[in-house]
Write a protein that binds this ligand. Structure first.
Ligand code: SAH
Ligand code: SF4
Ligand code: F3S
Length: 491
């Protein structure tokens, strides 16, 4: 059975839509082997790179083959019930592996570890260590205790941990695009969402460490970074707020508050040849200042993931999203005013939230028609234990109705994606080549500023090149282009 998949993940949300991502084969002469399978969002994938780095310091190279591993980690997601079921199934598949190799250490990391804590040890007998997202520095201790037969749990949530000093080991990297975590946690308390419970309080990472990471990536040949956070627009950092940072302050370091617009600008200035993306933007927080900063720099990609969840104000209130339909549409109007029609906009949608009526569901469809999203990640509501919605509201929409509403949302999005892509026909666009196309090695795959995949013939360009193309054909999911110029002057 093909259990190991090499999944090409390009955005946080795509990551949520796919199964899992594994570690690669490293051989730097370490004595032990670590295999990590990562589920969920890009934050988790990014965390796995930190975990690999911590374990590397402690004698582990990564492997893509769990049968070769001394330690197996599953970095897990709790966002919907199905995500947790997938991990449970996977653990039962590892039962046999552990039977054949009793000295194997199995760890559950990430959001499911944080949510279920020591219960996981009781419920899943093969698990040796359970470690939450803020406790990864403790992994080497817990693993060595497990090697001596002692199971362990650390789900301490921190107000400060950002792993800023840990250089991530880039896993499954294409060598062109990379993710940089700029903050952790979430303070928003959307009523459906488990993330504030599994990831703790929001905290921002020091800007100089973010810029240094971007510069290091650029010098190593990377050409695009995506700044990651659950809510990047609430990024906020000042030395005064962070005691440790104040004590470690370097000479000449700025001490004013750095907001997300400032940070974007700092990263954009690393090089005009380094593209900058970011995800996720919360509609309540995205400011005109951020939009103007995007406009000012050609290398900040014109693409915003702005999840709306529902198009109806009453439902949005129950979801505790703290904006209504009008506010959201005003933010979209600001994007169009400042960045024009070319800016890509995508969303997340939840169908069948508690008490949602048919008319309220229609409001989601009409909002989609107004915004004309390029893309959406669409789900039906899945009640999560411990969330505000689980405590306050009944999950009262029958599954068939949730699924039917979701199907209508998906159908609407499919036709909007095609409609939006058709506008690109005949246009000249700049794309960054990420590698060979999946379907044919005679073709290359790149991405335009608006985050759309563009396929071109492979004869003139290579991975890491910027290519000016003309769009000659489009489908619902992909654009096709002809090469006009390879590596045009951008500076
Ligand atoms: N921080 C991001 C979202 C992270 S979770 C934001 O605020 O936009 C990614 C998406 O999963 C959410 O946008 C939402 O659409 C979906 N989601 C979260 N909890 C869910 C639940 N209980 N049921 C169904 N979908 C959910
Ligand atoms: Fe969850 Fe809302 Fe935070 Fe996004 S902003 S992670 S949906 S609580
Ligand atoms: Fe991400 Fe899933 Fe946790 S979406 S933050 S891994 S619950």
């Amino acid at each position: 059975m093909d259990l190991i998949k090499d999944i090409d993940i390009i955005s946080a949300e795509e990551a949520q839509a796919c199964d899992f991502k594994t570690t690669v084969d490293e051989n730097t002469g370490k004595s032990k082997r670590l295999y990590i399978e990562s589920y969920g969002c890009q934050m988790n994938f990014s965390d796995s790179e930190i975990v690999a780095s911590i374990m590397k310091e402690n004698g582990f190279d990564t492997t893509s083959d769990f049968e070769q591993a001394d330690v197996i980690f599953l970095n897990t997601c709790s966002i919907r019930e199905k995500a947790e079921q997938t991990v449970r199934k996977r653990l039962s598949q590892f039962n046999q592996v552990k039977k054949n190799k009793p000295e194997l250490t199995i760890g559950v990391l990430g959001c499911m570890a944080e949510r279920l804590k020591e219960n996981l040890l009781q419920e899943e007998k093969i698990v040796d260590v359970v470690v939450g997202p803020d406790a990864y520095r403790d992994l080497p201790n817990l693993v060595s205790a497990a090697e001596d037969g002692q199971k362990g749990v650390n789900t301490f949530l921190s107000r400060e941990e950002t792993y800023a000093d840990i250089a991530p080991v880039r896993l499954n990297s294409n060598g062109v695009t990379a993710f940089i975590s700029i903050m952790r946690g979430c303070d928003n308390m959307c009523s459906f969402c488990v993330v504030p419970f599994t990831r703790g309080r929001e905290r921002s990472r020091a800007p100089h460490s973010i810029v240094a990471e971007a510069l290091d990536l650029f010098e190593r040949g990377y050409r695009e970074v995506t700044l990651l956070g659950q809510n990047v627009d609430s990024y906020k950092w000042s030395p005064e707020e962070n005691n440790k940072a104040r004590l470690n302050k370097k000479e000449g370091e700025v001490s004013e508050v750095v907001n997300f617009a400032h940070l974007l600008e700092m990263v954009a200035k690393v090089s005009p040849l380094l593209r900058v993306r970011f995800s996720t933007s919360h509609p309540k927080d995205i400011t005109d200042e951020v939009l103007y900063t995007m406009r000012k720099y050609d290398n900040i990609c014109k693409y915003i993931h702005l999840p709306v969840q529902s198009g109806n104000s009453r439902v949005l209130e129950l979801m505790n999203r703290t904006y209504d339909r009008e506010w959201y549409l005003d933010r979209v109007a600001a994007i169009r005013r400042i960045l024009g029609d070319e800016c890509g906009i995508s969303s997340d949608m939840i169908a069948g939230f508690c008490t949602e009526t048919e008319e309220e569901h229609q409001d989601t469809l009409t909002l989609m028609d107004i915004v004309k999203y390029d893309f959406s990640y669409m789900f039906f509501y899945s009640e999560r234990p411990g969330t505000l919605a689980a405590k306050k509201f009944e999950d009262d929409i029958p599954l068939e109705i949730k699924k039917r509403r979701l199907a209508e949302i998906i159908e609407k999005q499919n036709s909007l994606s095609y409609e939006r892509n058709q506008l690109d026909l005949g246009q000249e666009q700049l794309i960054l080549i990420e590698g060979t196309a999946k379907k044919s090695d005679q073709q290359l795959k790149g991405r335009n500023s608006a985050n759309k995949v563009v396929i071109i013939p492979a004869d003139r360009a290579k991975k890491g090149d910027y290519v000016k193309v003309r769009i000659t054909d489009v489908s619902q999911a992909t654009l096709f282009g002809e090469v006009l110029e390879v590596n045009p002057a951008l500076a």
